[in-house]
Design a protein around this ligand. Structure first.
Ligand code: PEP
Length: 257
């Protein structure tokens, strides 16, 4: 089964004025123009989605949002409708990032509602799961992952599951400079795939893309992406600068399995 790797650059709240978005994308777009073996997604703050949507028009880079609400419209001050995202050319949306879970108290059941809504509108979800350091040290990583898969993907059909991208992001590795070793990451990716096999079937498990996220850098990307079950990465810090992000995209292109 050949799965197309996906590299997401999550700018978080670190880049996102029209000027600094334009500056980076104008240098990145020509560098990656020929790379068609990897899905490249730039995930930017809401305020700059329209500007970036225009900059990406006609390129091979896809546009992603960092969050959304699960209703189409209504009295939800400060929230953003998935329909508004669709209307300006957003293709992907990150759901359940650990920063949303930990800082903004997003629960698995809320993420499940958002996920079903995104899928119903044909927005491609990138759903983050992963354990805290204490949970890993207590030997609970697989229990946490099992719980998150059961709750976050509750009542999804096989077709919906296949359209979803999973980002395995051990929280202790996000923005800390500590990366899971390729072996540690692969062990959990295999576990996730086998659990999806149990809950759905072999075809679903073999089709779904599972990215790794947590301090991916040009120096470790190739070793991570070489692993059979790692289908690219969700990148924070190293996606903020053209050269480092380009090298990570290139590493995914060089390690196609
Ligand atoms: C992330 O934002 O999802 C992430 C993995 O960040 P970083 O690459 O900076 O660890």
């Amino acid at each position: 089964m050949v799965r197309k790797p996906i590299i997401g650059g999550n700018w978080k709240m670190n880049r996102g004025t029209p000027e600094d978005s334009k500056e980076m994308l104008e240098s990145l777009i020509p560098l990656v123009l020929e790379i068609n073996s990897v899905d490249i997604v730039i995930v930017v703050p809401f305020t700059v989605l329209t500007t970036v949507s225009k900059l990406l028009n006609g390129t091979n880079i896809k546009l992603g949002a960092q969050n959304m609400y699960f209703e189409d419209k209504g009295a939800y001050t400060g929230e953003v409708s998935p329909r508004f995202l669709k209307a300006i050319g957003v293709e992907y949306v990150i759901l359940g990032h650990s920063e949303r879970r930990d800082i903004f108290n997003e629960s698995d059941s809320l993420i499940n509602k958002k996920l079903k809504k995104a899928l119903s509108l044909d927005l491609k979800p990138i759903v983050c799961i992963g354990e805290h350091l204490e949970e890993r040290e207590a030997g609970k990583t697989k229990d946490i992952i099992t719980y998150q898969i059961n709750e976050t993907f509750k009542a999804l059909t096989k077709e919906e599951m296949i359209k979803t991208v999973i980002a395995y992001e051990p929280i202790w590795a996000i923005g800390t400079g500590k990366t899971a070793t390729p072996e540690q990451a692969e062990e959990i990716h295999i576990f996730i795939r086998e659990y999806i096999n149990q809950k759905f079937d072999r075809d679903t498990a073999d089709s779904i893309r599972i990215q790794y996220g947590g301090s991916v850098k040009p120096t470790n990307a190739e070793d991570l992406f070489k692993k059979k079950n790692i289908d690219g990465g969700l990148v924070g810090g190293a996606s903020l600068e053209t050269n480092s992000f380009y090298q990570i995209i290139n590493a995914a292109a060089l390690t196609i399995k």
